[in-house]
Ligand binder design. Structure first.
Ligand SMILES: [Zn+2]
Length: 249
């Protein structure tokens, strides 16, 4: 089947849906210049063992090493802008089809594209929490500069501040996970965009949706184990394919 035909089939499913949910992963933001943590060559995990820098244990023992590791990522996030895939999902919400986006990404780009309902399974970098008194503070330009300067940000109580991202060894935020599972059970169409669905429990969400009777569309560069469950499978770049689907509506 040609790409145009697949795009038409995806648009038909969306048009006939009553409650559509999107599920996005790292591939959704690669066109914005944000590396996929897991793909070979991105460098993020190749130079450092994630357990030694980005686990909750490493953070507690040595926050300085964590901040040294995350500094280039913060710099990348500050420079990044939403790409056509983010804008396409924002349009689908605006058009009334898309009810909520469930994402594994921490980059805030989907909200910056204009999306209103986003469930962030792996947290975000808009705020940080003190690991001593649990006070939550917004990450403002001053704190971003501190991180870029290689400093470890501290709370007023003297405790170290940890960005609200989920590190290795931490549970996913339970309220967000429960809300995402409820959306998966409720939806009648799930659009998986830019996720290889390798990281559980997040990756179980599209499977749950299909188990509960939803139709599924997947757009991803590489084949995934979920392809067999989907009604439309498009192997392509989300930043090119999603705008085509919106145009076809
Ligand atoms: Zn504190």
């Amino acid at each position: 089947m040609s790409l145009d035909e697949q795009v038409q089939r995806a648009a038909d499913l969306i048009r006939h849906s009553h409650y559509m949910v999107a599920f996005t992963g790292a591939g959704h933001s690669t066109a914005s210049g944000i590396p996929d943590f897991r793909s070979p060559g991105s460098g993020l995990w190749e130079k450092s063992n994630p357990m030694l820098v980005a686990s909750i244990w490493a953070f507690s023992l040595n926050p300085k090493t964590f901040y040294r590791w995350i500094r280039p990522l913060v710099a990348t996030l500050l420079e990044a802008a939403p790409n056509p895939a983010h804008l396409a999902l924002a349009s689908l919400e605006e058009m009334g089809y898309l009810k909520v986006i469930i994402t594994q990404n921490i980059d805030n780009l989907q909200q910056r594209a204009g999306s209103r309902r986003v469930l962030e399974l792996h947290g975000h970098v808009r705020a940080a929490t003190c690991i001593r008194c649990y006070e939550e503070v917004l990450i403002d330009p001053a704190m971003e500069q501190l991180i870029l300067d290689g400093k470890v940000p501290h709370c007023e109580c003297g405790g170290v501040l940890k960005p609200n991202v989920i590190l290795f060894g931490e549970q996913l935020p339970i309220r967000v996970l429960n809300a995402a599972m409820a959306e998966a059970r409720r939806c009648d169409l799930i659009l998986v965009a830019g996720s290889s669905l390798e990281v559980t429990p997040a990756a179980d969400i599209p499977v749950l949706a299909v188990d509960c009777g939803a139709k599924a569309i997947i757009v991803n560069l590489q084949p995934t184990a979920f392809d067999g469950c989907a009604d439309v499978v498009i192997h392509g770049d989300v930043a090119q394919v999603l705008p085509k689907i919106v145009e076809a509506l």
